[in-house]
Design a protein around this ligand. Structure first.
Ligand code: ATP
Length: 316
């Protein structure tokens, strides 16, 4: 990897792009920093692929610019060593063997052949590397695509929907792998239209909708804000607990036969009140929102294809 401090920084500045009457990008700006997995999230059609294509010099912006290590993609002298990308895992010719595909890439970019075997090993494809790509499963094609992105040992990795179509084992593998790449100090961007896919892997999120940034935030901060002061409570005496907590000024909602969500009173106070009144309980914990909940709260109706909100008791 390069040691240049700026090599891993990706800057997207005021990108605009129209396709006929469709505004795909409407003044999009964000910066990616090294050492983090950034989730690039938005519903279908939000503009994720268009952004990545522009960053990678495959499409031209109408306005604005995208810089990798301070330079536009076309100005990079050794692009594969500066940015690795996975855009379309199906792009490998089916009759080509996995290893040959990487060898061809390595030769054409003056990358040493030993890197081919290193990356095949790294993505867990070494034993299947002499098979033709046409016989690969989707998961194996994704791994080959990631191997190609890693070939030049770049400080920046941009992966468009790498989890798409993977089985649970493949998803688990990719999450851990992306995190380990970020821990090595690389800048990792992974796009997805499903927030749940980024649970446990993203450190930072850039959420977009209709070609604009809706949120640019740390995952921890987002979850803390979405979790609010809600407390989850498990009790076999639901009615008594509800009456007691409501009398103390809390707002209480039943979420299950023996579970309540309490807001307006913190966990410590809930324990104090229940214990003081002799109401039995088996669990009191600060409610931790899921990334999906936080996302819905954040984006609300900003999303083009959001489902109508579920209200009242249906939400439980
Ligand atoms: N080559 C093109 N010609 C016309 N319209 C396009 C083209 N590429 C993208 N668009 C439109 O631009 C908008 C943004 O598309 P884009 O593919 O960037 O979204 P996305 O967030 O990647 O969506 P998905 O999750 O479905 O991949 C959409 O309305 C799309 O239909």
């Amino acid at each position: 990897m390069e040691t240049d401090a700026d090599a891993g920084t990706v800057q997207v500045k005021g990108l605009r792009k129209r396709f006929g009457s469709v505004t795909a990008l409407d003044g999009l700006s964000f910066t990616l920093t090294p050492g983090q997995v950034t989730g690039f999230v938005g519903p279908n059609g939000a503009g994720k692929s268009t952004t990545l294509r522009i960053v990678l010099g495959l499409d031209a912006a109408d306005d604005g610019e995208a810089l990798i290590g301070g330079r536009p993609y076309r100005a990079l002298s050794t692009p594969l060593q500066e940015v690795g990308a996975l855009l379309d895992a199906g792009a490998v010719h089916p009759s080509r063997r996995g290893r040959d595909h990487l060898l061809w890439l390595a030769h054409s970019h003056r990358i040493p052949v030993r890197r081919v075997d290193e990356v095949l090993e790294q993505v867990g494809l070494a034993s299947a590397s002499r098979r033709r790509a046409g016989g690969y499963s989707l998961g194996m094609r994704q791994r080959l695509g990631i191997a190609a992105a890693l070939l030049g040992d770049p400080p920046v990795l941009l992966l468009d929907e790498p989890v798409n179509g993977l089985d649970p084992e493949g998803i688990r593998w990719i999450r851990g792998f992306l995190k380990s790449l970020a821990r090595e100090g690389r800048t990792v961007l992974v796009s997805s239209h499903l927030m749940s896919e980024l649970e446990d892997s993203a450190d930072h999120l850039v959420v977009i909708g209709r070609g604009r940034v809706i949120a640019d935030t740390g995952v921890r901060e987002l979850l803390a804000a979405a979790s609010g002061d809600r407390v989850a409570l498990r009790t076999s005496a639901r009615t008594e607990a509800m009456t007691l907590l409501a009398a103390a000024g809390a707002t209480v909602a039943a979420t299950d036969r023996d579970a309540l969500t309490v807001s307006g009173v913190n966990a410590e106070k809930v324990v104090q009140l229940l214990a003081g009144a002799g109401v039995p309980f088996s669990e009191v914990s600060a409610h931790r929102a899921t990334l999906e909940e936080a996302y819905m709260e954040l984006t609300g109706d900003a999303l083009e294809f959001a489902a109508p909100p579920v209200t009242g008791t249906e939400a439980s």
